[in-house]
Design a protein around this ligand. Sequence first.
Ligand SMILES: Cc1cc2nc3c(=O)[nH]c(=O)nc-3n(C[C@H](O)[C@H](O)[C@H](O)COP(=O)(O)OP(=O)(O)OC[C@H]3O[C@@H](n4cnc5c(N)ncnc54)[C@H](O)[C@@H]3O)c2cc1C
Length: 277
Amino acid sequence: MTEFLSNAPLGRCCTFLTGGRADKLAFCYKTEELIAAASEGALVLGRGSNILVGDLGYRGFVAVNRTGDKLFGPDHCECDSGLLISALAREYARQGRTGLEWAYGLPGSIGGAVMGNAGAFGGCIADVAEKLYVYVDGKMRIMTAEECGFGYRSSNIRGTVVRVKLRAPEGDPAEINAACERNFTLRRQSQPIGASAGCVFKAADGVPAGQLIEQAGLKGLVCGGAEISPKHANFIVNRGGALSGDVLQLMNTAAAAVYDKFGVKLEREIKLYGDFC
Ligand SMILES: Cc1cc2nc3c(=O)[nH]c(=O)nc-3n(C[C@H](O)[C@H](O)[C@H](O)COP(=O)(O)OP(=O)(O)OC[C@H]3O[C@@H](n4cnc5c(N)ncnc54)[C@H](O)[C@@H]3O)c2cc1C
């Protein structure tokens, strides 16, 4: 049975490790619990690796999706939306299935990945998504990938993604494992260690936002406990004790500096929830 928490801290539910409290919080381990929470109008989160929650918290119900069943068929995999995508990518590699090599080491859930069409190293979830089971307007709807309107780090999905069917064809195990290793190494080499939510801004007309922020001279800029990473300028890292307000201020400073210098309006990749000071 779902356990509900009142006035619960959200910092431990997101990878920035910042933010205030939710009026009501539940961890959903079963599909029925997730659907029940969604039908109560909960804000559904996966691993919280693409969000920033305001320091004054979230006035409402937050459901953290921890569902995680998966079932492989001959050329596909059907899985719960709460499953960690990097765990699934590992399982693909173990079974010699191809299609998720790019996701090896990515910290989000399958649900979060399809909502924002997560991707890296030339791949994205839209490449393998076949069918989605989405709870919306009080009923379960089956959506084809075409109906999801996948774009660059975007989709037009409304409601709660409950279960996903992904293509999982067999490939060359040696090639798959090599690609996973290569991608994991590239992540380690290019991304900072520490609490963050990955890339803060989307690329602007194909130009990496990190390149623009770096050229604006903002690498290493600190606000409170947050810092624009000296390693990757599109990452803001919580160096310890950061407030969401510190992160937001750095985001605003970076966007303003890039606009002033290059006339480019950066679009945020991470989503903001709750009340900020
Ligand atoms: C170190 C690091 C590296 C990263 N690298 C990449 C990368 O290479 N490529 C990339 O694309 N992203 C990257 N990210 C960002 C993030 O991991 C992805 O966007 C991920 O797919 C988000 O999944 P999540 O479960 O954490 O979503 P959350 O942050 O929990 O949620 C994101 C949004 O999706 C919604 N949502 C989540 N689950 C559901 C659901 N089941 N139904 C409906 N809505 C839902 C939430 O309400 C919210 O609006 C990185 C993040 C970190 C911290």
